[in-house]
Structures are given as structure tokens and as C-alpha cells.
Design a binder for this molecule. Structure first.
Ligand code: ADP
Ligand code: MG
Length: 238
């Protein structure tokens, strides 16, 4: 079975239907990018996959296990937020190791994982610093490092580069693609940036108002968009 499987997943908040029947299979090692305008349900979708939000109906499988009715638990996912969500009073090393300490991973194992992730992200020299003394780009590296050390089956990224300036975004885009090749984990990545989607994705899912407009490779969506909305979003000639 694929690493992440969604079968007719729906989500409502009260009488508002936010996700209106979503089907997707993200295969092991695949880089799937969700694009769509603000408010179309991208963050809600990631929050359901990682268990921060329940699903209203349908089925959600992670690593072959049905998580549809399972409360928050370690389901082998790790999320990276746009706002970094670092603990300000902790050092970089403490931020990265916090989840592992909670999970009672042995100390030497924690140290090894933190150092390895810090090397990958080139933040070894920052391990003793606190987040407030760092740039946005450095903070986002720490947030990504905190996900890497947990060695998740599935990485979830919620617009991770949106708060960075243009130059840094390009650099981080390249680094995230490199990271994906090195780690080989499944990645589900949400953005409203076409360039990010086109350059990073194995497959792009175009969302509109809680529904999938089209799923396909970047080339496929660019050359054969189903409609004007997809064409407009992907940037193909109309
Ligand atoms: P996106 O990430 O694509 O911008 P969201 O998933 O954050 O969209 O939100 C989709 C819709 O769901 C929005 O209309 C938002 O107001 C609504 N929504 C999200 N979370 C909640 C919540 N906890 N309660 C009520 N409405 C919510
Ligand atoms: Mg969002």
C-alpha cells in the first residue's frame, strides 16, 4: 500500500464543508505538492494527515494503517510549519531533540541524530543558540531539522518558505529537493507558489474550494490543464 492513502476524505467545521471528498495515494518516496488559493483547505488537509485534526468521514491510511478514527498518536509523520513554531526559550539543539526526549529515545542516539541533521542543514554552528538570535532562514532550517531527527515516514510541509525572502526561497527550494533525494522519504508539501510546485513536485494536486481540480506531473499539468483555473494556477498558456 502507498505511504499515505486518502479515500473520500471529508472535513466539516460545523456546517462548513472544507474538504469535500479527497482521494489520493502518495507512494513511498514521492514528493506530492498541493497547490491552491488561500482558504481552499490545504492546511486542514495536512493537519488531518498528521492527526492534529480528525477527519469527518472517509478513510486515511498511513504506512498501511487505518488512522481514520485514531486520536493523536505517533503515526510516523512530522510537520514543518510556515511560522517555524520553535520554542523560544530552548536552544536549537534542545528544540531539535525535544520530541525525541519525550519519546524516551536514548541520549546518545538523540545526540547522533541531532548532529547528523545539523550537518545536513548546515546549522551545526547554531546548536547552542536560541531562535531569537537567528534569521528566518536559519529558523526554518531548525524547524526542518526537528522533523528530520524524528525519522518520519512522511514529511508534511505547510508553506515552509513563504516567510523567507525571494533569494533564500530559491536556495531552500534546491536544498529541500536535495534533502528529499538524500532521505528518500515521502513528502507532502503545501504551497501557493507555482514555481515551488513546478520545480519540486513529482506530482501536483490542484485544490480548489475543498475539491481536487486535477492531479498530475508538473509537465502534464502544464501541457494539458483540465481547465482555466488549473492553467492559471500552473502558469501555462491559456
Ligand atoms: P488554506 O491552508 O488552504 O489556506 P485552511 O485549511 O487553513 O486553508 O482553511 C480552509 C477553510 O477552513 C477556511 O475557510 C478556514 O476558515 C476554515 N477552517 C480551518 N480551520 C478551522 C477551524 N478550526 N474552525 C472553523 N473553520 C476552520
Ligand atoms: Mg494554510
Amino acid at each position: 500500500m502507498a505511504d499515505v492513502v486518502l479515500k473520500d476524505v471529508r472535513k466539516s467545521f460545523g456546517s462548513i464543508d472544507v474538504i469535500k471528498g479527497l482521494n489520493l495515494e502518495a507512494n513511498h518516496g514521492e514528493f506530492v505538492v498541493f497547490v491552491g488559493p488561500s482558504g481552499c483547505g490545504k492546511s486542514t488537509l495536512l493537519r488531518m494527515i498528521c492527526g492534529l485534526e480528525s477527519i469527518s468521514s472517509g478513510n486515511l491510511f498511513i504506512g498501511g494503517t487505518d488512522m481514520s478514527d485514531v486520536e493523536a498518536c505517533d503515526r510516523g509523520t512530522a510537520m514543518v510549519f510556515q511560522s517555524y513554531a520553535l520554542y523560544p526559550h530552548m536552544t536549537v539543539a534542545e528544540n531539535m531533540s525535544f520530541g525525541l526526549r519525550m519519546a524516551k529515545v536514548p541520549k546518545n542516539e538523540i545526540e547522533a541524530r541531532v548532529n547528523k541533521a545539523a550537518d545536513i542543514l548546515q546549522i551545526r554552528h547554531l546548536l547552542d543558540r536560541k531562535p531569537k538570535a537567528m534569521s528566518g532562514g536559519q529558523r526554518q532550517r531548525v524547524a526542518i531539522g526537528r522533523a528530520i531527527v524524528r525519522e518520519p515516514k512522511v514529511f508534511l510541509f505547510d508553506e515552509p518558505l513563504s516567510n523567507l525572502d525571494a533569494e533564500l526561497r530559491v536556495q531552500m527550494r534546491v536544498e529541500l529537493s536535495k534533502l528529499h533525494h538524500e532521505i528518500g522519504a515521502t513528502m507532502i508539501y503545501v504551497t501557493h507558489d507555482q514555481v515551488e510546485a513546478m520545480t519540486m513536485a513529482d506530482r501536483i494536486v490542484v485544490l480548489r474550494d475543498g475539491l481536487v481540480e486535477q492531479i498530475g506531473s508538473p509537465l502534464n499539468l502544464y501541457s494539458a490543464p483540465n481547465n482555466r483555473f488549473v492553467a492559471g494556477f500552473i502558469g501555462s498558456p491559456q
